[in-house]
Write a protein that binds this ligand. Sequence first.
Ligand SMILES: NC(=O)c1ccc[n+]([C@@H]2O[C@H](COP(=O)([O-])OP(=O)(O)OC[C@H]3O[C@@H](n4cnc5c(N)ncnc54)[C@H](O)[C@@H]3O)[C@@H](O)[C@H]2O)c1
Length: 264
Amino acid sequence: MENIKYQFLQLQNKVCVITGAASIRSIGYGTAELFAAHGAKLVILDLVMNEQIANDLTKHLETQIGKKTEIICLQCDVRSTTACDDAIQKAVAHFGTIDCLVNCAGIVKSEGMLSINEQDYDLIMDVNLKGTFNICKSVLKVFAEKQAGVIVNLASLAGQRGGGLVGGSHYAASKGGVISLTRSIAREFAPMNIRANVICPAMIETPMLDGLSEEQLNNVVVGIPLRRVGKTAELAGACLFLASDLSGFVTGATIDVNGGIHIH
Ligand SMILES: NC(=O)c1ccc[n+]([C@@H]2O[C@H](COP(=O)([O-])OP(=O)(O)OC[C@H]3O[C@@H](n4cnc5c(N)ncnc54)[C@H](O)[C@@H]3O)[C@@H](O)[C@H]2O)c1
């Protein structure tokens, strides 16, 4: 048997781009923190990124993990192809390459089908599906050239079972699209040594759940077999697995992080 070298820092010196990580309470930030603890160099992209947020985020992250981290934070609206290309070019100019992309940028709206107007439909699709497509495409140009890379996309339970918990049908459809997009990327780019997998979370404690009343939240929690909402660190753990060599033979997979609410 070939000798296995055990590695305790799973992303040592890997350049990881994470979208949608401006809020300390977000899945994107939780993932950034865990990745930094595992030695990653970080490129954080977010629509609302500015100098103040970047400074606060970096300070918080370094305090949490107890060490300095190589990190750049850039404002980027993933709806724009040129903004995505520009941000990725800046990341490559700064770090020399990119090894991994985790897409957490996303928005949710809870509306019944008949209340969804065209503007809201376009917004949800543009951010969640087109935004994921755009940033994947920008990064895949880099990955294709080096014949290596890893993508982790964030979809949702809503995309698997047809909405119902938080998002409306437009949100569910956008996330169904993300699952399908990820599988297509996995199939097309696997021969280039590029992996792509998708995570379907449900009920992770972030600002995305702020719109729910305590009663609504409790009603959902009783239906979760683990009887609680999830932590961003628990979602980050799944991202670490998929971003690192631990999952070297996993591509095109859909990983559930949902407390058992959808067992299938
Ligand atoms: N929290 C949950 O329970 C849950 C459940 C299912 C799926 N998800 C998915 O996980 C991902 C992360 O969710 P979260 O709960 O951390 O949400 P969050 O609202 O805390 O973070 C989302 C981030 O995306 C950024 N963003 C929004 N539009 C953007 C744009 N156009 N360009 C760049 N950045 C943009 C926001 O500024 C924000 O920082 C989302 O895709 C979400 O749909 C979350």
